[in-house]
Design a protein around this ligand. Structure first.
Ligand code: 5GP
Ligand code: ZN
Length: 113
């Protein structure tokens, strides 16, 4: 999608700090990290949110969840980490291209804010 920030990042039209990439996904550092490690993982196809995952595109999500342990290991997250996807208005999703936050590198708060 031409007006989507993360599609532009995937295309290389907007610079990003790449962590991992394969044919189906792209992982890069969040511009405003909320933890010592804060990586975003996105499918290389425009899926607006978790609410739009279906039988046609769920292979992208499976690939992302296969990559997450590899990314966590390469980032040194031996003590664990958190995977989050915000969805829609109530979920406070700000970028409307499905993405999974990987957060770690410290003990994370155990409560929602
Ligand atoms: P959301 O709030 O939609 O779950 O998360 C969007 C995330 O994208 C935020 O954590 C925000 O800091 C990050 N973000 C927004 N714009 C950019 C950008 O241009 N580059 C990078 N690397 N991250 C961005
Ligand atoms: Zn997009």
């Amino acid at each position: 999608m031409s007006d989507c920030l993360f599609c532009k990042i995937i295309a290389g039209d907007i610079p990003s700090s790449k962590v991992y990439e394969d044919e189906m996904l792209y992982a890069f550092r969040d511009i405003n990290p909320m933890a010592p490690v804060h990586v975003l993982v996105v499918p290389k196809t425009h899926i607006p949110s978790a609410d739009d995952v279906n039988a046609e595109n769920s292979a992208y999500v499976a690939k992302i969840f296969e990559a997450i342990p590899k990314i966590a290991a390469s980032e040194g997250l031996t003590g664990g980490y958190r995977v989050i996807t915000n969805c829609g208005e109530d979920g406070c999703q700000s970028v409307k291209h499905l993405h999974f936050h990987i957060l770690g590198g410290k003990k994370l708060p155990d409560q929602l804010g």
